[in-house]
Design a protein around this ligand. Structure first.
Ligand code: COA
Length: 178
């Protein structure tokens, strides 16, 4: 973990518009793994996300941002997945149903964008069934074939390669904001 992330970890931010829920955004910790897996796999069972194993989450813990309530219970998560030195995916975006519509999903994506900025990433991509959520955050619908790294890593070999329901969205990061 870089010094920047460690500082971020020690000083979690509380976003004004989520004050009602006293939401804290911070880097994920080992104790978060079971709750992250339960959240993601709950949505996976409903067909809206891909499942994740505890090992996969634990191995990529430095890539996860979580939202937690005042008792440190998980409210949501999102993760960065780097494809190349300049392009990464924002994924595993999930918010507990009781907190939908409170801006937590938006803030999680913004925190992943900040993490991406600190890592020198210039462009974030997402594959999603809910492109409107990302469009409200400044992402635009693009051709998945623009991202051969993603296609090579995840799509080739997928049984749904030719009838994938996911929409590809992307956003160039404004380096002044990150
Ligand atoms: C998608 C999800 C992460 C959004 O989280 P959220 O905290 O409820 O979203 P926010 O309150 O931050 O909403 C931000 C904007 O996205 C819009 N939005 C939220 N959920 C949306 C959805 N499912 N479909 C379309 N637009 C959506 C909101 O209307 C809001 O737009 P506005 O600013 O114009 O009002 C959440 O609904 C979720 O966990 N869904 C199940 C898991 C999932 O589908 N994950 C994959 C997402 S790629």
């Amino acid at each position: 973990m870089t010094a920047t992330i460690a500082r971020f970890d020690r000083s979690p931010s509380i976003r004004p518009h989520a004050e009602r829920l006293a939401v804290t955004y911070r880097s994920a910790r080992p104790m978060d793994v079971p709750a992250i897996v339960a959240l993601i796999n709950g949505y996976a069972a409903r067909g809206v996300m891909l499942p994740k194993s505890p090992d996969a989450v634990a191995m990529g813990l430095d890539d996860f941002i979580v939202a937690a309530d005042r008792t440190d219970r998980l409210l949501g998560c999102a993760a960065i997945r780097e494809y190349s030195p300049s392009v990464a995916e924002v994924g595993s975006v999930a918010v507990v149903t009781r907190a939908h519509g409170t801006g937590i999903g938006r803030e999680l994506v913004r925190h992943v964008e900040q993490l991406a900025g600190r890592r020198g990433i210039q462009e974030l991509v997402a594959l999603t069934l809910t492109p409107h959520f990302f469009e409200t955050l400044g992402y635009t619908v693009v051709e998945k074939s623009n991202y051969p790294e993603k296609v090579a890593r995840d799509c080739i070999g997928c049984v749904r390669l030719h009838d994938c329901p996911e929409i590809c969205v992307a956003r160039h990061l404004d380096r002044r904001r990150n």
